[in-house]
Write a protein that binds this ligand. Structure first.
Ligand SMILES: CC(C)(COP(=O)(O)OP(=O)(O)OC[C@H]1O[C@@H](n2cnc3c(N)ncnc32)[C@H](O)[C@@H]1OP(=O)(O)O)[C@@H](O)C(=O)NCCC(=O)NCCS
Length: 193
């Protein structure tokens, strides 16, 4: 039973031209299109989803994360197709924190989509889950991701040296944090009603 009493699935979060919604088995082909591409997962904590079985295991972990309440992952739907995902992982209700993650299918990069999707997740984290802090980490070479985080108002807080072994290489992680007051001051935070 989900600890936030969301019933059987995550609430849909709606933006002007996209929505964040619950992922189902019907989305397995879309998940494979997004995450089979090594360019997309190069700096992510996931291996390329290059078989249907790998995609099914990935979807199962999303559904288990929802049940336990530790991981909420939405599909980004635009024009009827899932083009990426946004995630709150490591949701810690005692400390009121979580880690944010995001990815777009390669053909959807460069259009500002993620900067329209992530504010919906951040608002959900601070308003619905009543979190106080959202963390993120990014490989220091992942310039697009770092630019996205900084535009949203995340502050760079440090560097973990050589903390991941992923896709055959050792990777560093630049650490970022967004506190609720940082978000309220961000240009991407919607005005209060
Ligand atoms: C991170 C990701 C979602 C960004 O999406 P995107 O659609 O390319 O982002 P945008 O087009 O909105 O660009 C965001 C900003 O980054 C900049 N940017 C994009 N690619 C860049 C690059 N290679 N180098 C430097 N800056 C870059 C853009 O110019 C823009 O800044 P600006 O508005 O000031 O010009 C996308 O690259 C992705 O899915 N990457 C793979 C998954 C991943 O690494 N996720 C993050 C794990 S921490």
């Amino acid at each position: 039973m989900n600890p936030d009493n969301f019933g059987s699935q995550l609430p849909t979060l709606r933006g002007p031209d996209l929505s964040l919604r619950w992922l189902t088995a019907a989305d397995l082909p879309a998940l494979m299109t997004i995450f089979a591409n090594p360019e997309v997962v190069r700096y992510m904590a996931t291996e390329p989803l290059d078989t249907r079985e790998a995609a099914e295991r990935y979807l199962l972990s999303i559904h288990e994360g929802f049940q336990s309440g530790g991981l909420y992952q939405w599909g980004i739907e635009r024009d009827g197709a899932v083009v990426g995902t946004c995630t709150l992982a490591g949701i810690d209700r005692d400390n009121r924190t979580a880690e944010i993650g995001f990815a777009l299918g390669r053909e959807h990069w460069g259009r500002g989509l993620i900067l329209r999707a992530l504010p919906l997740v951040i608002e959900f984290a601070f308003n619905t889950l009543q979190l106080h802090r959202i963390g993120a980490d990014a490989d220091p070479r992942n310039s697009a991701s770092i630019r996205v985080l900084e535009k949203l108002g995340f502050q760079r807080e440090g560097l973990l040296r050589e903390c991941y072994f992923h896709m055959g290489e050792i990777q560093d992680a630049a650490l970022f944090g967004l506190l609720q007051p940082d978000w309220r001051a961000s240009a991407y935070c919607p005005p209060a009603d």
